[in-house]
Design a protein around this ligand. Structure first.
Ligand SMILES: [Zn+2]
Length: 163
């Protein structure tokens, strides 16, 4: 499965290519934390500059099912790259856009998915606030807060020694 074209047939004002690639295009493992649930849709413009270098710009999108890192429930996230822009690597004369599309979308997936960021079916994370008690720092602030507390504790120890 690939998306190739012949640069020799590229018109002077460029080439518009659009279509879709099935979810299997992403070639993700069954146990991967992200599962594509729609085809990848692309709407691209390929152009050539004076130096003969090829560029592709446009939009790519696909919807994934992810699992929330907080409540562990599945949710859907639509990735839309509206400013897709790449120089096309020349490989044996027939550039293949497949990897560019695949990587651009996959790199846009969140490392720490949160279901409240889902943009297909808006929802509140049922686990939101569960850890936000005064005695337990919330997930995002934990490293800073604990680091600060450690330093404060050290300061107090130093002060005690001085006294
Ligand atoms: Zn959640």
């Amino acid at each position: 499965m690939s998306l190739q074209f012949d640069p020799n047939t590229l018109p002077g004002d460029g080439l518009d290519i659009q279509g879709s690639l099935p979810p299997s295009f992403f070639d993700l493992a069954e146990n991967d934390q992200a599962r594509p649930v729609t085809p990848l849709e692309y709407n691209l413009h390929v152009s050539k500059d004076e130096d003969g270098e090829l560029f592709v710009t446009g939009e790519v999108s696909a919807t994934f099912e992810l699992h929330c890192g907080r409540c562990l429930e599945p949710f859907q996230l639509r990735i839309e790259q509206t400013d897709f822009a790449h120089q096309i690597p020349m490989e044996n004369g027939t550039p293949d856009l497949t990897n560019l599309l695949r990587e651009d979308i996959l790199l846009a997936l969140p490392t720490y998915p949160r279901c409240e960021t889902g943009n297909v079916t808006p929802r509140e994370c049922p686990a939101e606030g569960r850890f936000d008690s005064p005695t337990e720092p919330s997930g995002d602030e934990a490293p800073d807060a604990s680091g600060k507390n450690t330093w404060e504790a050290l300061d107090q120890l130093t002060n005690l020694k001085k006294n």
